[in-house]
Design a protein around this ligand. Structure first.
Ligand code: ADP
Ligand code: MG
Length: 271
């Protein structure tokens, strides 16, 4: 495998700050922990939960972390990564995920989804967890379809938990009068917070330790600059930290000082 020169320069065992972090390697920061706990609560109690946060704050990783802690034999996770599939598409996805062939017409399809959800719980004794990521992209019509699915009068729906995960606009959208019925069913809502400076420093340290460097590589002022530029968002901090490591390598420096951080920030904010 080709090694990136900057990885060699710092003696990393693999690239730090990669997009794919396994659930066990995640930093258990306070807001992440809280989100995971809320998600687990919703799943355990078959409730509706809403998790929001800015782009790259760690919503999807919190979901993955919570799901990784579940007993796979007792849960059936239906995960919709992108809900821009129309209202019918929403039901088709659920029906397919539960192992059936979607039936043609909408009314029929809705009934089929209910029946399958009920069967999963009552016959197979598996709790269905319906997860809709990027849920701020849901249309009003889809939100209405979801309200029907979670209608407490339906036997099947009572036993399925639903998680809506999306950008902060989702929380605002749900608060609009037209969605009041759905909004009232939300058992838990939580907005994942960006990292503060101390968490950002811990985040950098954590990721460097995962690739074999436990000694401090980033100067304090460099950390502060990268934290500020990233607005405390992990994904943005990944990019800023990587750019700073590359700048240090280019300059032949053993540590990332504020000069490297400045270069990284300038590079990332250039049009
Ligand atoms: N708790 C965490 N520990 C380690 N890395 C994290 C953590 N939270 C976020 N990240 C990093 O930030 C990236 C973006 O997180 P993600 O969950 O995809 O954001 P969102 O879904 O909110 O847009 C992840 O790919 C991961 O690299
Ligand atoms: Mg995401």
């Amino acid at each position: 495998m080709m090694r990136a020169p900057w990885a060699t320069h710092f003696g990393f065992t693999k690239l730090p700050f990669s997009k794919t972090v396994s659930a066990k390697d995640l930093l258990d920061r306070a807001s992440h922990q809280e989100a995971v706990a809320r998600i687990r609560f919703c799943i355990a109690e078959s409730l509706l939960g809403v998790i929001t946060g800015e782009v790259g704050v760690g919503k999807t990783v919190a979901l993955r972390a919570a799901i990784s802690q579940l007993d796979p034999a007792a849960h059936h996770i239906v995960y919709l990564a992108n809900p821009t599939v129309g209202t019918r598409g929403l039901y088709v996805t659920i029906v397919r995920a539960l192992g059936a062939m979607p039936r043609g017409f909408k009314a029929e399809l809705v009934a089929q989804a209910y029946t399958l959800l009920a069967a999963e719980e009552q016959e197979r004794r598996r709790r269905v967890v319906l997860v809709i990521d990027e849920a701020h992209l849901l249309t009003p019509e889809q939100l209405e379809a979801i309200r029907l699915l979670t209608n407490a009068d339906m036997d099947s729906a009572a036993s399925c938990s639903l998680l809506l995960v999306g950008q902060p606009t989702l929380a605002r959208q749900l608060r609009l009068g037209v969605f009041a019925a759905l909004d009232q069913r939300i058992a838990t809502r939580y907005q994942i917070a960006p990292m503060d400076l101390a968490e950002a420093a811990e985040y950098l340290h954590h990721h460097l330790a995962l690739v074999g460097r436990t000694d401090p590589l980033f100067a304090d002022d460099a950390v502060a600059r990268l934290h500020k530029a990233s607005l405390g968002l992990p994904r943005a901090l990944n990019n800023a930290a990587t750019a700073a490591l590359i700048a240090a390598t280019t300059a032949g420096k053993a540590l990332v000082d504020d000069d490297c951080a400045k270069k990284a920030v300038a590079e990332l904010t250039r049009d």
